[in-house]
Design a protein around this ligand. Structure first.
Ligand SMILES: NC(=O)c1ccc[n+]([C@@H]2O[C@H](COP(=O)([O-])OP(=O)(O)OC[C@H]3O[C@@H](n4cnc5c(N)ncnc54)[C@H](O)[C@@H]3O)[C@@H](O)[C@H]2O)c1
Length: 251
């Protein structure tokens, strides 16, 4: 059990929970007492995660979800018995997406990435919002990226999607604030996860040379902040982007 903040009996939907930061978030929140709903386009991964969490005495449910498909979003949310305390919009095309300048990216690649990372964040939030408004309470945390603030080259569709997520966060925070719901973004730096294994060495070196903190960024550095945003201590924080990158961009 972590001492960050108690989430006992609070249900939280985490998209893209099959691996990486989503899976680490599910582990952290379940360890804090939450009932975690792990949703991913890769159902085998979330099913395996569900089994591991349950065998550790924690509460978890696996769902197959394509955040870019509204029917899939609706079906997943209908399968979750309210109340739903939290939503972590983590699912994204984040693996092997870099390498091309903006003039080299083809239209289909651009649309697919924006469809998952930005439209998917909007779609899941759109269908969760009425549940949280009926409750008069809730928390939404959107995964952005510090690359959108830094302006990382050869990643323009990805950073455009994450810039959009930060802007959407502010609009959602204003619209949902009167309903007692907070909405914040978390913008990680370059984290040691499966998805960053193929990031070029020069980009790893750029972060190593320019972080205020010397060490590499681990998933727990991010999941701790997501956890905090879901806790009572963060109840007056909304519309923010928490840049969690060891002081790389310092926005
Ligand atoms: N790892 C990093 O360094 C880093 C840095 C900044 C931001 N982020 C952001 O954090 C989040 C998690 O990143 P990660 O590194 O764990 O990525 P990852 O690629 O390891 O995991 C993403 C998960 O999303 C799932 N997914 C993809 N498309 C989906 C869809 N249409 N519907 C539902 N699920 C889908 C994948 O199956 C996968 O399990 C992403 O939003 C990413 O952009 C990561």
């Amino acid at each position: 059990m972590t001492d960050l903040g108690d989430l006992t009996d609070r249900s939280v939907l985490i998209t893209g929970a099959g691996r990486g930061l989503g899976r680490a978030t599910a582990d952290a929140l379940a360890s804090a007492g939450a009932i975690v709903h792990l949703a991913d386009i890769d159902f085998e991964r979330v099913k395996a995660a569900e089994s591991e969490l349950i065998s550790s005495g924690l509460r978890a449910h696996a769902h197959q979800l394509d955040v870019a498909d509204e029917a899939s979003v609706v079906a997943t949310i209908e399968a979750i018995a309210p109340p739903l305390w939290g939503l972590v919009n983590n699912a994204a095309l984040a693996d092997a997406v870099g390498g091309q300048s903006f003039w080299e990216i083809d239209r289909g690649t651009w649309d697919d990435l924006l469809g998952v990372n930005l439209t998917g964040t909007w779609l899941v939030s759109k269908h969760v919002a009425p549940i949280m408004m009926a409750q008069g309470a809730g928390r939404i945390v959107n995964l952005a990226s510090d690359s959108a603030l830094y302006g990382s080259p050869r990643l323009s569709h990805y950073i455009a999607s994450k810039g959009g997520v930060m802007a959407l966060t502010r609009a959602m925070a204003r619209e949902l604030g009167p309903h007692g719901i907070t909405v914040n973004s978390v913008a990680p730096g370059l984290v040691v996860t499966e998805s960053t294994e193929d990031v070029p060495a020069d980009r790893h070196q750029l972060y190593a040379d320019n972080r205020a903190l010397g060490r590499t960024q681990q998933p727990a550095d991010v999941t701790g902040v997501i956890h905090f945003l879901l806790c009572d201590a963060a109840s007056y924080l909304t519309g923010t982007t928490q840049v969690v990158d060891g002081g790389f961009v310092m926005a």
